[in-house]
Design a protein around this ligand. Structure first.
Ligand SMILES: [Zn+2]
Length: 424
């Protein structure tokens, strides 16, 4: 339930109010660029892994989708990395916005959150030189992919469908210690709250030729875990690769990670890609299963629309931070900023959240959204940290302990997002 509380305040607010009418024809441009590291790098997501990567299991890519109606433009980037941490989100966004003359509301810079990709950093004190070199080149690669997508704008049609996948599962598992006390750890809790929905956006040319399949599913991409030292897109990345090779013909399949702060793959933290004795490696299995569902949903989308509008709003809200001494945290701030980007392309809404929100927050936003189809994109335009719903603060656990937010933050966030969706 969302209570009307007015502590949250907007520190910055941008809206692109469109004169475009519903009849405005939609244009789209799509491009993919390889971002596989060419040198060994440190991999992100687990504190213990300081050694360099030992090889490449599967390639990493960035996929750019540009939508336009009238003069209103939106750039959506899906990147096969963990997220733009260490201040890189602001740096990348500023460079992209300047280069293409975009406002902050026109850019969704997101990551699929694979934990088998290079740490993204420009910090010479903390980052390995190979990672800093990688990060600098990544920025240039994203810019060239956007350039290419923009040069290929054409009339498009789009349709939406929804399916379901068991690939992810709530990870907040209760166990009992020797004294019989209940404890929480990151395991598997099939009875926990979860959003299994797979949302699929089909994009065709005006002549009905398939161009791109944008899709969203809420899970961590952490099948491989902390013992893995090979580069991989993990579950989301492997699903993207499956869909693209299955559909062929240059079709792109950019993935977006939904509200998955407390969702892990059903099989998680496996050391590698074991293939002996005919074994299908679990990350490949789960990626294929998820990709199959995207294709399954895609096949059933039979109605498409050629109309916009394209509209978007960007806002940084300041949410209440965790009080000093309350639940273990390394960060104690009275206010923690979180970037929200909302957009609509025709009758589909996108909600970009610069944080790692837990599943109930995504479900609450989708349920309250005035749009029939709302795609939640986390790890987008910022990295504010875990954002759990209030009632989980009683239980505690990893996501709550490492969150910078006070228990009331989620209420403010959901309320504000829903308001911004109405403003579209
Ligand atoms: Zn995470």
């Amino acid at each position: 339930m969302i209570k009307p509380i007015f502590l949250a305040c907007a520190v910055s607010f941008f809206i692109f109010s469109s004169k475009a009418s519903a009849e405005t024809r939609l244009l789209g441009g799509f491009a993919k660029i390889d971002i596989t590291p060419s040198k060994p790098v440190t991999l992100s997501g687990y504190a213990n892994r300081s050694d360099l990567s030992t090889g490449i299991h599967d390639p990493l890519s960035a996929r750019v989708s540009v939508f336009q109606a009238s003069d209103d433009k939106l750039v959506l980037i899906s990147t096969d990395v963990i997220g733009f941490y260490d201040g890189t989100s602001d740096v990348f966004r500023a460079a992209i916005m300047e280069k293409f003359n975009l406002g902050p509301h026109q850019l969704f810079l997101s990551a699929i959150h694979t934990h088998a990709a290079p740490s993204i950093t420009l910090n010479e004190e903390r980052g390995h030189p190979n990672n800093i070199e990688y990060t600098s080149s990544l920025q240039q690669k994203l810019i060239s992919a956007i350039d290419r997508a923009l040069s290929q704008m054409q009339l498009i049609k789009m349709g939406v469908g929804r399916g379901s996948s068991p690939v992810g599962v709530n990870r907040r598992e209760v166990y009992y210690d020797e004294a019989g006390n209940p404890r929480l750890w990151i395991g598997r809790n099939p009875y926990g709250v979860q959003d299994k929905e797979v949302t699929v956006m089909k994009i065709t040319s005006a002549e009905d030729r398939l161009k791109a399949v944008l899709w969203e599913y809420a899970t961590h991409s952490t099948c491989l875990g902390w013992q893995n030292f090979t580069v991989s897109g993990d579950v989301h990345g492997l699903a993207e690769q499956f869909i693209e090779s299955y559909l062929g013909d240059g079709v792109l399949a950019p993935a977006f990670a939904g509200a998955s702060g407390d969702i892990d793959p059903w099989y998680r933290v496996l050391p590698g890609f074991e293939t002996k004795n005919g074994w299908m490696p679990e990350p490949v299995l789960l990626g294929t299963l998820l990709g199959e569902e995207v294709v399954h949903v895609l096949r059933k989308i039979d109605s498409t629309s050629a109309d916009g509008p394209v509209k978007s709003i960007f806002e940084t809200i300041e949410l209440p931070g965790k009080p000093s001494g309350e639940l273990r945290t390394t960060l104690e701030q009275a206010r923690v900023p979180l970037n929200i980007t909302v957009a609509r392309v025709g009758e589909v809404a996108f909600v970009g959240l610069g944080a790692e929100v837990l599943s109930e927050i995504g479900l609450a936003i989708k349920a309250a959204s005035p749009f029939a189809n709302t795609i939640i994109i986390t790890h987008c335009n910022g990295t504010a940290g875990y954002t759990p719903p209030q009632h989980l603060y009683v239980e505690g656990g990893y996501e709550i302990e490492s969150s910078p937010f006070a228990s009331t933050a989620a209420e403010h966030l959901v309320k504000r997002v829903v308001k911004l969706l109405h403003d579209l």
